[in-house]
Design a binder for this molecule. Structure first.
Ligand code: SAH
Ligand code: SF4
Length: 371
């Protein structure tokens, strides 16, 4: 039974079923004179068996299917392009109902994969080094549009491979779309559906302090937190990340210090190594001091250069020394392997539309106040 057929019974556009939490579906079922357990069945069919047609829902009565398909669509955001890099990284371009496009990236780790998903079309945060920033913010993604990126990625996995990790590190700032991000996490963690392990999900933020504080209070969501640091002094950081003018480095670090981390977990600090800008030994020393007393690990990211952006990657030897300094001072520091270079699928290279502002212009863009 297709949505199109079902849609004939209802002139209103169909709501996305993936936008609904399990309690919302339960309520909908009850309001439509159905048993609440229908919500569990729907979650199982959509996220566990990952069906794409109502008729595949075998243990569900035809009467109920007619009702539910007259109200909701099962259709996922369509994949309009799939590009694979020589290293196995797959960039997935998807089109939304309003023609905006959004990207996700599947990263190949051999027997398992990580998917990097987006939370917004573009981004309002204006980080100087990031290509997504050049688009400005177009709009927030709905919870369903976030979750469907995971369903789409799963559908592209090679035979026998599993999706092990989900990182909210694609386009957009998750805490600038807080409610939809949380809603999507609840769907991914739901034991009747994906049943994803919280330990295998990471949400990355540029440092929206009230968002981090709210996130700390979401005690039923023990997912990992990553902070894009990228500068070790207030002066250095605010030059690169305008968000730091609103929420200072000091405030950010204090908030991280208070963040409740379970015994096995740490906060990840992402730090981009940019030649002559963030990669000095003085910066490494400051970074060690800054993170003192925080259960932290540092993920060093070699800068991905782009013709539209003026920054340079660090020399490999400088990057190695930077990492070694952290390790020698008791900080768990990893170096991210840059992936998907040939297809612009690496960090900070996701941008689906022409830049909203020319390169190099200062950000006073008239976009809605993001924080
Ligand atoms: N908006 C969120 C999550 C998405 S950005 C955030 O900023 O945390 C994902 C990561 O890519 C961030 O850590 C960011 O610092 C990094 N990044 C952005 N542009 C980059 C570039 N050109 N090279 C390397 N990393 C980049
Ligand atoms: Fe947005 Fe993150 Fe890019 Fe900054 S680094 S502009 S917050 S996507």
């Amino acid at each position: 039974m297709s949505d199109a057929v079902a849609g004939l019974t209802n002139s209103k556009p169909l709501a996305k079923i993936t936008d609904q939490s399990e309690p919302e579906l339960r309520q909908w079922a009850v309001e439509n004179e159905e048993k609440p357990f229908r919500a569990v069945q729907l979650f199982q069919w959509i996220y566990l068996h990952r069906v794409t047609d109502w008729d595949e829902m075998k243990n569900v009565s035809k009467k109920f299917l007619r009702k539910v398909s007259g109200h909701f669509t099962l259709q996922r955001i369509p994949i309009v392009r799939k590009q694979e890099a020589p290293d196995g990284t797959i960039k997935i371009l998807q089109e939304l109902n309003d023609r905006h496009r959004v990207e996700s990236v599947l990263l190949n780790h051999g027997d398992h994969y990580t998917v990097c998903i987006s939370t917004q079309v573009g981004c309002a945060m204006g980080c100087k080094f990031c290509l997504t920033a050049k688009m400005g913010l177009k709009r927030n993604l709905t919870p369903g549009e976030i979750v469907e990126q995971v369903l789409n990625a799963q559908s592209l996995l090679p035979e026998g491979k599993t999706l092990r990790n989900i990182v909210y590190m694609g386009m957009g700032e998750p805490f600038h779309n807080y409610d939809n991000t949380i809603h999507s996490l609840k769907i991914l963690l739901n034991p009747h559906g994906f049943d994803f392990s919280a330990r295998r999900i990471t949400v990355s933020t540029s440092g929206i302090v009230p968002g981090i504080e709210r996130f700390a209070g979401e005690s039923d969501l023990q997912v990992n937190l990553a902070i894009s640091l990228n500068g070790v002094t207030q002066e250095a950081r605010q030059k690169l990340m305008p968000v730091s003018r609103r929420y200072s480095l000091e405030e950010l670090i204090e908030t991280c210090r208070r963040f409740p981390v379970e015994s096995r977990k740490r906060i990840t600090f992402e730090y981009i190594l940019m030649g002559g800008l963030t990669d000095s030994m003085a910066s490494a020393r400051s970074l060690v001091k800054l993170l003192h007393g925080i259960k932290a690990k540092v993920n060093l990211i070699p800068y991905n250069e782009h013709a539209l952006l003026p920054y340079k990657s660090s020399e490999p030897e400088t990057a190695r020394q930077f990492q070694q300094y952290l390790l020698d001072h008791g900080i768990l520091a990893t170096m991210r392997v840059s992936r998907g270079q040939g297809i612009s699928a690496a960090c900070g290279q996701l941008a689906t539309e022409a830049p909203a502002r020319p390169a190099g212009r200062d950000e006073k863009s008239g976009h809605p106040e993001p924080y």
